[in-house]
Design a protein around this ligand. Structure first.
Ligand code: NDP
Length: 458
C-alpha cells in the first residue's frame, strides 16, 4: 500500500506577475491549497515596469503631436510645458492601485501571498529567503518572468534599461536608445514625444526585425520625420563618461555625445540563483526553463509559464499559459496554448499592429501568396497638414484565399488588430473581408475595400 505524501500546499507559485497570479487564483478557486511568493511588487513586469506604465507614458507623449495637429482644426494651442514629475507621480499612483488589486484578488481567491523571495530547494520544496522558512508543495510553478539584458560593452554600467526609465528624476534633454525591438522604438517615441532630443541607435539595417518589411521601412522613416535621429547599422562599442554627460562609441569608429543611454537590447529569463539545479530542471538558451507543450519542466513536479520560458513574451500569453497549466494539472484536462495568430501592437509613433504571417513567412510556409497593399494619408492629416501615410497590408494564401496575415502602420492599428485577430482565428478569406461593409469614414475601412491585389509571389 502506498501513502500519499503530504505537502504544505498543493501549489506554490514563484512570481506574482500576470501568469503566476492567474494560475494561483484559478487553482485556489478550484479548491487547491495555494501560496504565491513575490520578491518585489505584485503585478510583475506588465503592471510595475512594463505594459501599463509604458502605455501611460505613450498617452502622455502623444499630446505633443495632438497639439500640433489641433492648430489645423482651428485651435490656438500653445503648450506652456510638460511636467515629468507630475506624470511620474500619476503613473506611480496608478501602478500602486493595480498592484494592490492583484494582492486583494489573491486574498479573495483564498491564496496565501508572501512578500518575499522564494527559491527552489528541491522538486517539492521552496525556501522563503527572508523568512528563512522552508515550504513543501506538490506542484511548483515558476513564473518569475525576465529582466533587461545589457550587452557586455565597456561602460555598460553607465547606461540604464527600461526598469530605470520609468523612474528617472528628470526628463533627459538628450537620450540615446540602443536597440531596434519593441522596447527601443516605443521608448524612443515616448522620449521624442515628451520633448527630449532622441537618438535611436540600432545595429541592423531597419528596426523591428521579424516584422513585415514595409512596416519596418515605413516606421523607420516616420520616426525620423517625427524628429527621432535614427542611426542604423550602429553597433555600440563603448560608453564613456564625459564632463557633460556620456559619449557613446560605435563599432564603425563614429561616436555621439548624449545625456543618457538606455539599453533596449532584449530581455532574458530571470532564473539565476533560483535554485532550479536542486530539482534537476533543464535550462536552455539565456537560462530559460525548457518546458513541454503543457508547460512541464524536466522535473515532473515543476512547471513554468510566461517570459521565464521565453516562448512568446507577451502578457496575454503568460495569462493563457497560467490558465492552461491549471486546467492540465488541477482539472484533469490537458490543455495546450495555441501560440499562432497572436495579435500584437508596438506602441511606437506611429503605431504598429500585426497579426498572422509576414509576407516572407507566408511565402515560406504556403508557397504562393497574393498581397494587397495600400498606403494613404488618413483624413485627419488633410486638415492638420501632417504628412504621415498609413500602411495596410493583407497577405492571402493564393490556393485557399485565406487571409494569413494583416500588417498595419498607423494610428489605432493596435485596436484594429485585436478585431482582425478574431477574423483570422475564424479562418476568414479575402472574400469574407470583401463581403464586409465598410465603416465610413474610417481608416479601417481600407481593410475591406482593397479589391485589386497589388502583386502575387512567387
Ligand atoms: P527585442 O528582442 O524585441 O529587441 C531587442 C533589440 O536589441 C533588437 O533590435 C536586437 O537587435 C537588439 N540587440 C540585442 N543584442 C544586442 C547587442 N548586443 N547590441 C546591440 N543591439 C542588440 O527585445 P525588447 O527588449 O525590445 O523586448 C523584449 C520583449 O518584450 C519583446 O520581444 C516582446 O515580446 C515584449 N514586449 C512587448 C511589447 C508589446 O507588446 N507592445 C512592448 C515591449 C516588450 P537584432 O534585431 O539585430 O537582434
Amino acid at each position: 500500500m502506498t501513502t500519499e505524501q503530504s505537502f504544505d500546499y498543493d501549489l506554490f507559485v514563484i512570481g506574482g506577475g500576470s501568469g503566476g497570479v492567474r494560475a494561483a487564483r484559478l487553482a485556489s478557486q478550484g479548491g487547491a491549497k495555494v501560496a504565491v511568493a513575490e520578491e518585489y511588487r505584485y503585478g510583475g513586469t506588465c503592471v510595475i515596469r512594463g505594459c501599463v506604465p509604458k502605455k501611460l507614458f505613450v498617452y502622455a507623449s502623444r499630446f505633443h503631436g495632438e497639439f500640433e495637429d489641433a492648430r489645423g482644426f482651428g485651435w490656438d494651442v500653445e503648450p506652456s510645458g510638460f511636467d515629468w514629475t507630475k506624470l511620474r507621480a500619476a503613473k506611480d499612483a496608478e501602478i500602486s492601485r493595480l498592484s494592490q488589486i492583484y494582492l486583494t484578488n489573491l486574498g479573495k481567491a483564498g491564496v496565501t501571498a508572501f512578500e518575499d523571495r522564494a527559491v527552489v530547494t528541491g522538486p517539492n520544496e521552496v525556501k522563503l529567503v527572508n523568512e528563512g522558512r522552508t515550504i513543501t508543495a506538490k506542484t511548483i510553478l515558476i513564473a518569475v518572468g525576465g529582466t533587461p539584458f545589457k550587452p557586455e560593452i565597456e561602460g555598460a554600467e553607465f547606461g540604464i534599461t527600461s526598469n530605470e526609465a520609468f523612474d528617472l528624476e528628470a526628463l533627459p534633454s538628450h537620450v540615446t536608445v540602443i536597440g531596434g525591438g519593441y522596447i527601443a522604438v516605443e521608448f524612443a517615441s515616448i522620449f521624442n514625444g515628451l520633448g527630449s532630443k532622441t537618438t535611436l541607435a540600432y545595429r541592423g539595417p531597419s528596426v523591428l526585425r521579424g516584422f513585415d518589411e514595409d512596416v519596418r521601412a515605413g516606421l523607420t522613416e516616420a520616426m525620423e520625420t517625427r524628429g527621432v535621429d535614427v542611426r542604423l547599422n550602429a553597433s555600440p562599442k563603448k560608453i564613456e563618461k564625459t564632463n557633460d554627460g556620456l559619449r557613446l562609441h560605435f563599432e564603425d569608429g563614429s561616436s555621439l555625445e548624449t545625456g543618457l543611454v538606455m539599453f533596449a537590447t532584449g530581455r532574458v529569463p530571470l532564473t539565476e540563483g533560483l535554485g532550479l539545479e536542486t530539482a534537476g530542471v533543464t535550462l536552455g538558451r539565456n537560462g530559460k526553463i525548457e518546458v513541454d507543450e503543457f508547460s512541464q519542466s524536466s522535473c515532473p513536479s515543476i512547471y513554468a509559464v510566461g517570459d521565464v520560458t521565453d516562448r512568446v513574451n507577451l502578457t496575454p500569453i503568460a495569462i493563457r499559459e497560467g490558465a492552461a497549466f491549471v486546467e492540465t494539472v488541477f482539472n484533469d484536462n490537458p490543455t495546450k496554448v495555441d501560440h499562432s495568430q497572436i495579435p500584437t501592437a508596438v506602441f511606437s509613433q506611429p503605431e504598429v499592429g500585426t497579426v498572422g504571417l509576414t509576407e516572407e513567412q507566408a511565402l515560406e510556409q504556403v508557397g504562393a501568396i497574393d498581397v494587397y497593399k495600400s498606403q494613404f494619408n488618413p483624413m485627419r492629416n488633410t486638415i492638420s497638414s501632417r504628412v504621415e501615410r498609413t500602411l495596410m497590408k493583407i497577405i492571402v494564401d493564393q490556393a485557399s484565399q485565406k487571409v494569413l496575415g494583416v500588417h498595419i502602420l498607423g494610428p489605432d492599428s493596435g485596436e484594429m488588430t485585436q478585431a482582425l485577430g478574431i477574423a483570422l482565428k475564424m479562418g476568414a478569406t479575402k472574400a469574407d473581408f470583401d463581403a464586409t461593409v465598410a465603416l465610413h469614414p474610417s481608416a479601417a475601412e481600407e481593410l475591406v475595400t482593397m479589391k485589386e491585389k497589388s502583386y502575387s509571389r512567387p
